[in-house]
Ligand binder design. Structure first.
Ligand SMILES: C[S@@+](CC[C@H](N)C(=O)[O-])C[C@H]1O[C@@H](n2cnc3c(N)ncnc32)[C@H](O)[C@@H]1O
Length: 288
């Protein structure tokens, strides 16, 4: 006798499948909107991350979800989509050799220039929750206590408005304190919660936070002496990466430096415009 299916099987909700055409449409949208590279090999990952969003929203299938995120009123879900497919992982003084390079090789000259009345601009592009720009700001103030009175500024941008809200708050869980060199702890202060600490006004005042999608137009007109764009381009496909490096090269001052992530490499026209001067550190060549 063939047994009857168990009652619970009959009631089990249908798990939506991700059709090949749906994956292709999602990948196309992610590329056009965010520059994300989602090859077919990532289909399982995309399914696993987005199925949670479908469930949360009570949507039946991925085509409906795609239509939902494309709707002009659903910017918040677009952020959720991006967050689900990328990571905001960051930390204070991540890849510390970059900060040592900046402190030892670049800051002395920047400080002299700033004290002579020149502007110095640093951009943390894809700054996530702010640990990268705050690390930069603390380092600058440590070498240049009068930085607030000079024209030294840091732009910190990210595509994700929610992560920028955290960055602006400048409060972090106590366990992240250990990544900050003890000599810089004077730039920290207690936060309202005993489990958190806060960045003091000095470093905060050097930074402006802004929402910016790196694959769209940039509003900045002037050049940057230093650009940190680390662990962001890894999500982009090869042509998008090459275009980004080229745009960074255009956006740096003569002799300006670009710092990229440990698994990233310069490609495309920027290879002729910048040269390597350290581990994933590049300097712009003088104009011919
Ligand atoms: C892994 S975090 C890197 C944070 C920091 N730069 C570091 O290396 O620790 C990547 C960040 O890139 C941002 N991001 C991803 N795509 C972006 C885009 N198209 N434009 C700007 N930021 C983007 C994400 O929101 C995320 O905060």
């Amino acid at each position: 006798m063939i047994p009857e299916p168990a009652q619970s099987d009959q009631l089990a909700p249908q798990v939506p499948q991700m059709e090949a055409s749906e994956f292709a449409a999602i990948a196309e949208y992610a590329k056009i909107t965010f520059g994300l590279h989602l090859p077919l090999a990532k289909k399982e990952m995309v399914f696993a991350r987005l199925i949670r969003r479908l469930r949360r929203l009570g949507l039946q299938d991925f085509s409906t979800y795609l239509a939902y995120i494309k709707h002009k009123d659903n910017a918040e879900e677009r952020s959720e989509f991006l967050s689900a497919l990328t990571t905001n992982v960051t930390q204070f003084f991540r890849e510390n050799h970059h900060f040592e390079f900046l402190r030892d090789k670049l800051l002395p000259d920047f400080i002299a220039k700033a004290r002579a009345g020149n502007r110095i601009r640093i951009w943390s592009a894809g700054c996530s929750a702010g640990q990268e720009p705050y690390s930069l700001a603390m380092l600058i103030l440590d070498s240049c206590p009068d930085a607030a009175a000079l024209d030294i500024k840091i732009l910190a941008s990210d595509i994700d408005p929610r992560i920028l809200d955290i960055a602006r708050t400048g409060e972090y869980p106590a366990e992240q304190r250990a990544a900050i060199p003890a000599a810089l702890h004077r730039f920290l202060k207690p936060a309202a919660s005993p489990e958190m600490f806060a960045i003091d006004a000095g470093p905060r005042n050097l930074i402006s936070f802004a929402e910016l999608n790196l694959i769209e137009d940039w509003p900045m007109r002037q050049g940057f002496d230093v650009i940190f764009c680390r662990n962001v381009a890894i999500y982009f496909d090869a042509p998008t990466q090459a275009r980004l490096w080229h745009r960074f090269s255009q956006q740096t001052t003569s002799g300006g430096h670009l710092f990229i992530g440990h698994s990233e490499r310069l490609s495309g026209p920027a290879q002729a415009q910048m040269r390597s001067v350290g581990i994933t550190v590049y300097v712009k060549n003088p104009s011919p």
